[in-house]
Design a protein around this ligand. Structure first.
Ligand SMILES: *[C@@H]1O[C@H](CO)[C@@H](O)[C@H](O)[C@H]1NC(C)=O
Ligand SMILES: *[C@@H]1O[C@H](CO)[C@@H](O)[C@H](O)[C@H]1NC(C)=O
Ligand SMILES: *[C@@H]1O[C@H](CO)[C@@H](O)[C@H](O)[C@H]1NC(C)=O
Length: 358
């Protein structure tokens, strides 16, 4: 089982620049970093990420519909207020079950002990070398992986499963056990990438679990569809398909990533079409799953009063999609077709500082 790490994932521009740390992008690097950013920002007041978040969520509202305005307001409602009494981790200790890590993270992450990464042994040194702020548990390929992760579960507010995971049978079997435990403890879980491969093999793992969010792209979506529905998918009716898949999985929240993101909980379908860029970056999915992990926790803690009766996870998913698209948009304006995940994350930090000093 090798390190599930690719040296670079450019935005389709074919940019190859291996070996330079700045460019080393692993499948779940962005998720870890963005979660650490979101959590650390709040825990330490070290950075005005909240302000960035709020700015990202306020952009482009001028011509938005009333529904959009309402959604923006609902997301703002779930963002925790800053208080000086908070201690580290209170606003989101997130676990990632996945592959490997990118570097180096934004400076504001120094000292954050809020993101736990559960990975295979071989991936650990890479993660540690780039991001000492992340707590790395190299247990995923051990025979007692489930027990090792279970020790930490009571302290985690949400779990993101899948980025960079790979499809190794032993590993996926451990992940299956981890998902069972996560469900038993009622912890929100965001499942992406190879985690979705596992779900397509065993839909029962998440069926009806109301705190699960799946974030498939079109290929992953079709695979899930084939696993749980016998009728062919109506490819001309994307909203209807997302709604149906959610229902077939017991009304769990599904985010279908695409030109516009479609989000459903089996009852309604939200569209996220915040202006991003004409290209999706490979790591954009990691940013989405990472920020969704944090926002899912925030939304569930805030409760349905704060989301005006809407499903908290729908609001969280819409907020995370919107934020991710905005990061993509800002980075793409600077770097065009060669935009990388790293550029997108860097954009969050830059916008952050800019706001903080004005
Ligand atoms: C809250 O729900 C009420 C009733 O459905 C609606 O009129 C109002 O616009 C909603 N407010 C927000 C911020 O979504
Ligand atoms: C799309 O699918 C949904 C759910 O099955 C259905 O209610 C809707 O009428 C469909 N829309 C079109 C345009 O076929
Ligand atoms: C899912 O939601 C739909 C629409 O509200 C409802 O008809 C259906 O019974 C729900 N399914 C489950 C398993 O709760």
């Amino acid at each position: 089982m090798g390190i599930r790490c690719v040296a670079i994932r450019a935005c389709g521009g074919g940019k190859i620049d291996t070996g330079v740390p700045r460019m080393a992008v692993c499948p779940y690097g962005a998720a870890a970093v963005v979660m650490a950013l979101l959590s650390a920002a709040i825990a330490f007041h070290c950075s005005p990420l909240l302000a960035v978040l709020q700015r990202a969520l306020s952009l482009h509202t001028a011509h938005a519909t009333k529904d959009m305005d309402n959604l923006f307001q609902l997301v703002r409602n779930i963002v925790p207020a800053l208080t000086s009494k908070k201690h580290k981790g209170q606003d989101g200790r997130i676990g990632i079950v996945g592959g490997c890590q990118e570097g180096p993270p934004p400076a504001c992450l120094s000292g954050a002990d809020l993101t736990h990464v559960f990975c295979a042994r071989e991936a650990a040194p890479v993660i540690k070398s780039y991001s000492p702020e992340l707590i790395v548990h190299p247990v995923l390929d051990s025979s007692d992986a489930v027990e090792e992760v279970e020790k930490w579960l009571p302290r985690l507010h949400a779990l993101v499963v899948g980025p960079g995971l790979g499809r190794d049978d032993l590993l996926l079997n451990n992940v299956r056990g981890i998902l069972e435990s996560t469900k038993a403890r009622d912890i929100p879980v965001v499942i992406d990438a190879d985690g979705l491969w596992l779900i397509a093999q065993r839909p029962a793992l998440v069926h009806g679990y109301q705190k699960a969010v799946l974030t498939p792209n079109h290929v992953e979506f079709s695979r899930l569809w084939d696993a749980v529905l016998s009728s062919p998918m109506d490819t001309s009716n994307h909203s209807g398909s997302v709604l149906k898949l959610s229902q077939a999985l017991g009304n769990i929240t599904i985010v279908q990533k695409g030109e516009q993101d479609l989000i459903s909980n089996g009852q309604q379908v939200l569209v996220c079409n915040q202006e991003g860029s004409s290209r999706r970056c490979g790591g954009q999915g990691d940013l989405l799953s990472g920020s969704l992990g944090v926002m899912a926790h925030w939304a569930l803690r805030a409760g349905p009063e704060k989301t005006n009766g809407s499903s908290p996870l729908l609001v969280a998913a819409w907020g995370a999609c919107t934020l991710t698209r905005e990061c993509n948009h800002l980075a793409f304006q600077k770097y065009g077709r060669s935009t990388t995940t790293t550029d997108m994350i860097a954009e969050v930090g830059a916008a952050f500082s800019k706001l903080f000093t004005t």
